[in-house]
Write a protein that binds this ligand. Sequence first.
Ligand SMILES: [Zn+2]
Length: 243
Amino acid sequence: MKKTVSFFLFLFILFLPFQVFAERRVPILVYHWIDEYTGVGPKDLYVMPKNFAEQMKYLRDQGFTLLTFERWQDIDKVNKPIFITFDDGYKDNLNVLAIFEKLQSDSFKPAGTIFVISDFIGRSNRLSRADLKKLSDSGLFSIQSHTATHPNLTKITNYSFELKESKEKIQNITGKPVIALAYPYGSYNDKVIAETKKYYSFGITTIPKLYSKQGIKDENYLIPRIYINYSTSLKEFANMVGE
Ligand SMILES: [Zn+2]
């Protein structure tokens, strides 16, 4: 009996640190424009294609696994999980496709999530329906929702239009499920989360930290993200994502 107890005590001590530190810290990065800065919009929301390509090469060389939200459950199964996301559906996200296609190999599969504003699809500097279909069909992108018109969701009442109709419109274009919503301006409250839950499995914020599972209420509707900026150096990028 005593032996059994000490054996279990031994096991407990052996695995205690593992249990405590096993929770993965997952970087979920957010980008907007992937282009040279053209003077339109805030410069810090641009990342030059050259810098973006360097960052993706870094992730490849460091053995990261690029995931999309369809593979959320794989966080605990893959080596160094990371999510690359793009908000607002700018036309220049096609530059990402070119970079991803160049980096794609047997040992490295790029993957990105584009959060598109469904009513803005096809506007002059935004991705068109054909672009979205092409990105989705490449197998390198998941196209998800950033609402219909980019309102502050804490200040509206037409949730069905902003959340449900935007989801359906995007699904009709790609033929694939839309399961994640990025809150415009990162704004949410209890009501927004309750409405989001009706149509989505994930609600994405801009709380600036790495994700780690805490077991808190509505955790999947409070997913944090880290901004990558125009001036983010490769060294800073490496520090953000972890070695
Ligand atoms: Zn936005």
